[in-house]
Design a protein around this ligand. Structure first.
Ligand code: ADE
Length: 240
């Protein structure tokens, strides 16, 4: 008789395969900054949750609505209650990812946001955690695929730089790996849509370049996320 572990693994794989053939229905979009989130709230005509799904007292905000045939939930971790700034970074990202997946059981997670880019762009690095493969989406929307490195700092320390270079990362954000970790653990497919605000190994100071480009890049991010959602609508995971 097969050990119990083997049977449940096989059952899980069969369920995952069935899910991949069913049209995507519920999508959770996790976005750390209000500036990045609000254009999409408008675009998809989402409304803020009145009775929060989340524990009392947390700053996390869910905007939701039906767009085409998709049940869209945009989760913004909100403003830090003490500091009054957006709750960026891996701690809030992992908490909202966990809470949203637990409450909503989405078919797909999209982590969208801005990122730093590098002058040298190597497409062939191998990621430690694999995003859900989306070859058709990348081709149709003419998007670039790259390896994302996540850390809790906008600036890059020499130690971070050494790891980023050693692992051939081509973009750098502050949430992606946290969302990937939780999505992987809870077996929910996740994809990452990042728009570059600053060139990390360029001439300008990162924070200055980030702020200079934030408005324009946020608009571009909104366009790309809208195209991604339009592409996803009516499709199964296996068609992405
Ligand atoms: N988001 C935008 N630019 C970034 C950078 N350089 N590092 C981390 N997150 C970012």
């Amino acid at each position: 008789m097969a050990p119990h572990g083997d049977r449940s693994d096989a059952a899980e794989e069969a369920t995952a395969a069935q899910l991949e053939k069913r049209p995507i229905s519920t999508v959770v979009i996790i976005i750390a900054m209000q500036t990045e989130a609000l254009p999409l709230v408008d675009r998809f005509q989402l409304i803020e949750d009145r009775d929060s799904l989340f524990p009392k007292g947390v700053p996390w905000v869910r905007y939701h609505g039906i767009y085409k045939d998709l049940n869209i939930n945009l989760i913004w971790p909100g403003k830090d209650p003490t500091l009054g700034v957006d709750s960026v970074g891996t701690i809030s990202a992992s908490l909202v990812a966990y809470a949203s997946i637990s409450a909503l059981q989405p078919d797909l997670i999209i982590n969208a946001g801005t990122a730093g880019g590098f002058k040298v762009f190597d497409l062939y690095g191998v990621g430690l955690r694999q995003a859900f493969p989306t070859p058709n989406l990348l081709k149709e929307l003419n998007l670039k695929a790259g390896k994302l490195s996540t850390g809790d700092s906008l600036d890059m320390s020499p130690q971070d730089e050494a790891s980023i270079v050693a692992n051939d990362a081509t973009v750098k954000d502050m949430e992606g790996a946290a969302v990937a970790y939780v999505a992987d653990m809870l077996k929910v497919p996740a994809i990452f849509v990042k728009a570059v605000t600053d060139i990390v190994d360029g001439e300008k100071p990162t924070a200055e370049e980030f702020l200079q480009n934030l408005a324009a890049v946020t608009a571009a991010l909104g366009e790309s996320v809208t195209q991604v959602i339009d592409f996803i609508s009516g499709k199964c995971l296996s068609e992405l």
